[in-house]
Every structure is written in structure tokens, then in C-alpha cells.
Design a protein around this ligand. Structure first.
Ligand code: 5GP
Ligand code: MG
Length: 188
């Protein structure tokens, strides 16, 4: 199986490489402008935001500290379990620092809500903000929305550019909608 075969498993591409790259240029400029006078710690949520974090952070024109958090909530299904596990027993101290959480996609918002709450309660930051590359247009039960958003999309299951289905498709250079029959015929 090559990446080309995986692209054929998409119903359609929503954002191609050049669209992602130009949006990242814009987001990086906004973040650099907003934080140029602050002590910034960027907190990417792994694994989904791996590609995004690399491509965004190398565009930043400001100094920042980096602290990745490993968070699980999806379990490879196309719907969130609702439970969020932050795999960090001891959280870092962010005293005197602004925190920017970076995540791949905002769906129900439960992941971002849990991470923001935990950082506010346990890490003593000056302020916590967030950036997601994609935000689904849907009603949510949470009182939080990302401060920076790359793209708004309909409520679809997406893969590519870090977003996976059972661990697959993360290395697609585009973001797309997975064919329904791939999910229906899945043997996972
Ligand atoms: P939440 O529902 O908490 O906002 O999103 C939880 C996590 O589920 C996200 O960080 C992301 O990793 C994953 N997720 C949400 N929507 C999608 C999607 O459309 N495709 C994939 N592959 N993962 C998603
Ligand atoms: Mg995620």
C-alpha cells in the first residue's frame, strides 16, 4: 500500500497541500504577532497534531518553549468516546507563561476543554489559549472554542495530515473525507 493508494480511499479532498501551507503561513503570522512580547509555551496534543505542530512551529518568528501532551479520546472509531485521558501524571509548571494549546481538530470540544481545565488548575499559567487546524461546524456542550482556527468544516469524519483512522492515513499530505465504504468494510 502506498500513499497514493490511501488517497484513492478518500471520497474527496477538502484541503490540499498548498491550501494547508498558505493557511499555516497566516496562522503563524497571527500567533507571532499575538505573542511577540510574551513568554510562550506551545502545547501540541499528540498524536494528531504532530504534522501541524512541526509545520506551524517552524514558521513562528518568536521564541517559545515546547511541551507536548499525549491525550487519548478517540480510540480509532469515527466518534469520540467522550472520555479524555491526559497521559501525564505530573503536569509541568507554566508560571509566568502564556500557553497555546495546538490540536488537529475541534469536534465535540471535550479534548480541548479537558486539557485547558487541567492546565489552568495544575500548571499556574498566565493565560491559556488554543489553536486547531480544523473546527467542525456543530453545536457542542462545552463552553470553549479555539482562539485560532485554520478551517471550518461540516460535521464529517476526516483523515490526513495527522488525522487517522485506526492509525492509518496520518501521512497523507492532504485533509479529506474518508469513503463511507472504507469505514463500513473495516476489519479493525
Ligand atoms: P473532540 O471531540 O474532543 O473535539 O475531538 C477529539 C479528538 O478526536 C481530536 O483531537 C481528534 O484527534 C479526534 N477527531 C475528532 N474529529 C475527527 C475526525 O473527523 N477525524 C479524525 N481522524 N479524528 C478526529
Ligand atoms: Mg487529537
Amino acid at each position: 500500500m502506498s500513499t497514493n493508494d490511501n488517497i484513492n480511499e478518500l471520497k474527496r479532498v477538502l484541503f490540499n497541500e498548498s491550501e494547508i501551507n498558505s493557511r499555516l503561513d497566516e496562522l503563524a503570522e497571527c500567533v507571532s504577532n499575538q505573542y511577540h512580547k510574551c513568554k510562550l509555551t506551545v502545547v501540541p496534543i499528540m498524536n494528531g497534531s504532530l504534522m501541524l505542530a512541526v509545520d506551524l512551529l517552524r514558521r513562528l518568528e518568536i521564541d517559545f518553549d515546547l511541551r507536548c501532551l499525549n491525550v487519548e479520546s478517540y480510540y480509532g472509531e469515527t466518534k469520540t468516546s467522550g472520555e479524555v485521558f491526559i497521559n501525564s501524571i505530573r503536569m509541568p509548571n507554566f508560571s509566568g507563561r502564556h500557553v497555546l494549546i495546538v490540536d488537529d481538530i475541534f469536534d465535540t470540544g471535550k479534548t480541548l476543554e479537558a486539557v485547558v481545565e487541567r492546565i489552568k488548575c495544575e500548571c499556574n499559567p498566565i493565560k491559556v489559549s488554543s489553536l486547531t487546524l480544523v473546527k467542525k461546524k456543530k453545536e457542542t456542550d462545552v463552553n470553549i472554542t479555539p482562539d485560532f482556527v485554520g478551517f471550518e468544516v461540516d460535521d464529517l469524519f476526516l483523515v490526513g495530515y495527522g488525522l487517522d483512522y485506526h492509525g492509518k492515513y496520518r501521512n497523507l499530505p492532504v485533509i479529506g473525507e474518508l469513503k463511507k465504504e472504507i469505514i463500513a468494510n473495516s476489519t479493525f
